[in-house]
Ligand binder design. Structure first.
Ligand SMILES: Cc1ncc(COP(=O)(O)O)c(C=O)c1O
Length: 418
């Protein structure tokens, strides 16, 4: 059996995150209670939706007082948030163990906002070759236009990253596991090399959420989330978050304010509501994804499982060392056929939808072509790759659906003589 022997999440029971500020409670408790200050909730359970553009000052003295500290929870102007956004930011920051959290209108806005807070013209940034494709588009267009040099590196490079570091390297972006291909990166080794030259370590941590990895303890300076995915959990909100340590938080916050980044209180409310059940949802996503991946591993049409909990996944040993579990997103490679043939697998699936986002309660299947978004390491595989998100449906029903799809796929290839 290829997957890690320990049962789902046994290893993250009763683990307190060790990094960051005072961590009094376990993560399950933090997602339930985070951000629920009485002065924000006024005695009800959920911080309500406070809508605001104009905030009114009693007098000039109060206006002056509220202008002083951008981090203080004072009503100042709608763009700087209300208790609804503050509650979400506080809950996420505490959960991750950071100094503070900035919210963005999408995950990609969080990625680009975080990068722009640590690079300037003339700098050099190292970006993992496995980064989410729109992150690469941003680097290849805006960063280059701003005279910021970009080098893509092999996600499995580990300490070897020091050979790519230059005098002007100020940031290293990781995404672990990587988009589509799920390489697990050696965060401590990369962080050590980056910190030796004073560069900032940023991690797109969307797959693991703050629950499955202790990013700051591993050396990350800014942990970035497309909260659109698991944190929201219901496929109905676009939102991003970046949580920084003490060294980088003020810079991150200042840049976000300067760029006018803000999220609506309604979206913050829904995200906070999703966060409350993140722990139980993630446990189910993990258990169901392991069941489905194990079943796929034994299927005749399947060549490789790219799931961090499986030995076949590059960086599996690092996953075992650094992560507390796995979520519901993974890929598999088919033994034969081409990208276009996968239509015969996915088009008539009854339960798996096809769409770009993930992390909601529903299952998804997305044929993908990683070769188009790689430049440092060539992507080579026996057949086409399909990314699955395993939702909260019954796994027997999901397997029945996948089996029918793979039967259709096999029959189509047989009919072509492939
Ligand atoms: C790993 C990763 N990072 C960032 C993003 C961007 O998030 P959003 O779609 O909220 O902009 C995505 C979206 O698919 C993603 O998968």
């Amino acid at each position: 059996m290829g997957h890690a022997p320990r049962p789902a999440h046994q290893h993250r029971e009763n683990t307190l995150n060790m990094s960051g500020k005072d961590k009094k409670y376990h993560p399950q408790t933090q997602v339930t209670h985070g951000g629920r200050r009485k002065e924000w909730t006024h005695g009800i359970v959920n911080p309500p939706v406070y809508r605001a553009s104009t905030c009114l000052f009693e007098n000039m003295a109060e206006r002056a007082e509220r202008s002083k500290n951008p981090s203080a929870h004072h009503l100042f102007y709608g763009r700087k948030g209300t208790p609804t956004q503050w509650a979400l930011a506080e809950a996420l920051s505490e959960l991750e163990g950071g100094e503070g959290c900035v919210l963005y209108p999408s995950g990609i806005a969080a990625v680009t906002g975080a990068i722009l807070s640590v690079v300037k013209a003339g700098d050099h940034i190292l970006i993992t070759d496995s980064a989410y494709d729109p992150t690469r588009s941003f680097a290849n267009s805006m960063l280059k236009d701003m005279n910021i040099e970009v080098t893509y590196y092999d996600p499995l490079i580990g300490a070897g990253i020091q050979d790519l570091i230059k005098d002007n390297t100020t940031a290293v972006l990781l995404e672990s596991p990587g988009s589509l291909t799920f390489e697990v990166q050696d965060i401590p080794a990369i962080a050590e090399a980056a910190h030796d030259v004073g560069a900032c370590v940023l991690l797109d941590n969307t797959w693991a959420t703050p629950l499955l990895i202790d990013a700051f303890a591993l050396g990350v300076d800014i942990s970035i989330h497309a909260a659109t995915k698991y944190i929201v959990g219901h496929s109905d909100v676009m939102i991003g978050a970046a949580i920084a340590n003490k060294k980088y938080f003020r810079r991150l916050q200042r840049r976000a304010h300067t760029m006018g980044q803000t999220v609506s209180p309604d979206d913050a409310y829904l995200t906070l509501r999703g966060l409350r059940t993140l722990d139980v949802r993630l446990r189910q996503h993990e258990a169901s994804a392991l069941t489905i991946a194990k079943w796929l591993e034994g299927h005749d049409e399947v060549a490789t499982i790219l799931h961090p909990a499986f030995e076949s996944c590059p960086g599996h040993e690092i996953w075992k060392r650094d992560f507390k579990g796995s979520s519901g997103l993974f890929s598999f490679v088919l033994k034969r056929g081409e990208y276009d043939d996968t239509a015969h697998f996915v088009d008539d699936l009854a339960l798996f939808g096809m769409g770009f986002s993930w992390g909601g309660f529903e299952s998804l299947a997305l044929p993908s072509e990683p070769a188009h978004s790689r430049s440092a390491v060539k992507w080579e595989a026996e057949g086409p790759l399909v990314r699955l998100h395993i939702g909260l449906e019954n796994t027997d029903d999901l397997i029945t659906d996948l089996k029918a799809g793979l039967d259709r796929y096999g029959a189509w290839l047989d009919s072509k003589g492939a």
